[in-house]
Design a binder for this molecule. Structure first.
Ligand code: SF4
Ligand code: SF4
Length: 461
């Protein structure tokens, strides 16, 4: 990856991280990090870039589907809340959601992705969208019953009908089987109970227009899933960090997974890809100052989040890049990026792979904050604990009690402040290792072990 065309070499990039590790600034102030999930010492924000009045995001035509789809889609799982806390207990802010959806539609976003598993999302999204002509947007929702008990046919019918009702529509444009990892799982969830037959009937009736599935499985299992049926589209996780391989904490029983292999498998078969987690649950918007400086050297006009979104948007087989935006500032920034979109060239794409290596050189728990593992029966805020750990790791400020150098006390204080900022009873030490959360995590994180690691770290401080 080193070369004069890339402006900054891998060695220089690593040097940047080294200085950051010593607490020294690299470059100037870091560009805006949208997502608000990062360390408390978040860099100063630049003014939000806004697309010109009347402009619309770029679109791509998909002849296989007979649809024209905006390149950016609105992921409806991280909507703003009334109390500023994480979504739950009916606290989504309908007015703010209405405003976001109005802005999105006005600027050409026509793909809205939700699921029964996203709490109030279907209801709030349906209320906001139903204020617009039905033909002006596509609804994507899912048959969400992974990780828990098997559904009966009646359970599945009820979920589908409830989705229609909540979304205030009589058809779904893009219907997904939610997170199906293997053919065996597909058979267990959809074939033995005849639920797939029912779904195909709904398709025949026009109540489902396009049928696909979302996927968090291995490279090896995807072709088998594709052989099962002539799927209209498939949703995969892709971002520059997961491109070559998904990092760190995969279930040891899992085979390798690489977003590149999954993407190419779909592209080779002409199956449009919907991409989720392009910013990896917000973590690629909140990278360390040093890593942001490395990216800024190459593209001063792009924030870390914009680099991540541009990487995915540059892949021609991607029908829509979903971003779970949670406020107007993020939406405006992303709409601006996809309006007159400027794709990365091959050298940019290769450069981002080097950035991924640097990112992975930090210890990181690959949690995307999807909350599928929640609620924990013992009250642990699982994604919250991982966010604390990753924030400290991204800032290179995990305190190391074995090596108490001059930065130790400051790191210890900062880490404990974040950790103790979690709700009472929700910290890692409340985990009883019951394993109830394990099968629910699409990232295959060994949740109890990772919580134990955090608990031991805190006990040692
Ligand atoms: S293993 Fe721990 S975090 Fe997971 S459900 Fe059980 S108590 Fe909660
Ligand atoms: S631990 Fe897994 S299931 Fe839970 S929020 Fe993180 S990625 Fe999602």
């Amino acid at each position: 990856m080193e070369g004069k065309d890339n402006k900054i070499t891998r060695r220089e990039a690593l040097k940047g991280l080294f200085y950051a590790g010593m607490g020294l600034a690299v470059g100037g102030p870091v560009l805006q990090a949208c997502g608000g999930r990062g360390p408390s010492e978040a860099p100063a924000a630049l003014p939000v870039t806004e697309a010109p009045e009347g402009s619309k995001i770029d679109t791509r035509n998909w002849s296989k589907l007979g649809e024209t789809v905006g390149m950016l889609g609105l992921g409806c799982m991280r909507f703003p809340t009334l109390d500023g806390k994480e979504a739950g207990d009916g606290n989504l802010d309908q007015e703010a959601v209405n405003e976001m959806i109005d802005y999105a539609i006005a600027h050409g976003i026509n793909y809205f992705d939700t699921a029964p598993l996203y709490g109030q999302s279907e209801e709030v999204t349906g209320r906001a969208l139903s204020r617009h002509p039905r033909e002006s947007y596509f609804i994507a929702t899912k048959m969400s019953h992974m990780g828990g008990r098997r559904f009966s046919l009646e359970d599945g019918k009820r979920m589908f009908e409830t989705s229609l009702e909540r979304l205030r529509t009589d058809y779904i444009d893009f219907y997904l089987l939610h997170s199906v990892p293997t053919v065996a799982e597909f058979n267990g969830r959809y074939v033995e109970n005849k639920l797939f037959e029912y779904i195909l009937e709904q398709r025949e009736k026009g109540r489902i227009r396009h049928l696909g599935f979302s996927y968090h499985g291995t490279n090896a299992d995807l072709p088998q899933m594709l052989d099962l049926y002539d799927w209209d589209f498939v949703q995969i996780q892709a971002n520059y960090v997961d491109w070559k391989d998904m990092p760190v904490d995969w279930d040891p029983n899992q085979g390798p997974t690489s977003a590149e292999v999954l993407y190419k498998c779909l592209a080779d078969r002409g199956v449009p890809a919907v991409v989720m987690e392009p910013v990896k649950g917000g973590s690629l918007a909140n990278v360390s100052d040093a890593l942001a400086a490395v990216m800024r050297e190459r593209h001063p006009e792009l924030t870390p989040a914009a680099n991540a979104l541009t990487f995915v948007g540059s892949l021609p087989g991607v029908m829509v890049t979903l971003s779970g935006m949670s406020n107007m500032a993020q939406l405006k920034e992303n709409v601006s990026l996809f309006t007159d979109f400027k794709p990365f060239n091959d050298k940019d794409m290769a450069f981002m792979e080097t950035v991924a290596e640097l990112y992975k050189s930090n210890v990181h728990i690959p949690c995307t904050a999807c909350a599928y593992c929640m609620p924990c029966p013992n009250g642990v805020n699982i994604p919250g604990n991982f966010r604390v750990f990753n924030s400290a790791s991204d800032a290179l400020s995990i305190p190391d009690p074995e090596h108490k150098d001059k930065t130790y006390n400051a790191k210890r204080k900062a880490f404990l402040k974040l950790y103790n900022g979690l709700e009472k009873g929700a910290t890692a030490d409340a985990c009883t290792n019951c394993n109830a959360c394990l099968p629910k995590c699409p990232q295959h994180i060994r949740i109890p072990q990772q919580l134990m690691r955090i608990k031991e770290l805190v006990a040692s401080l």
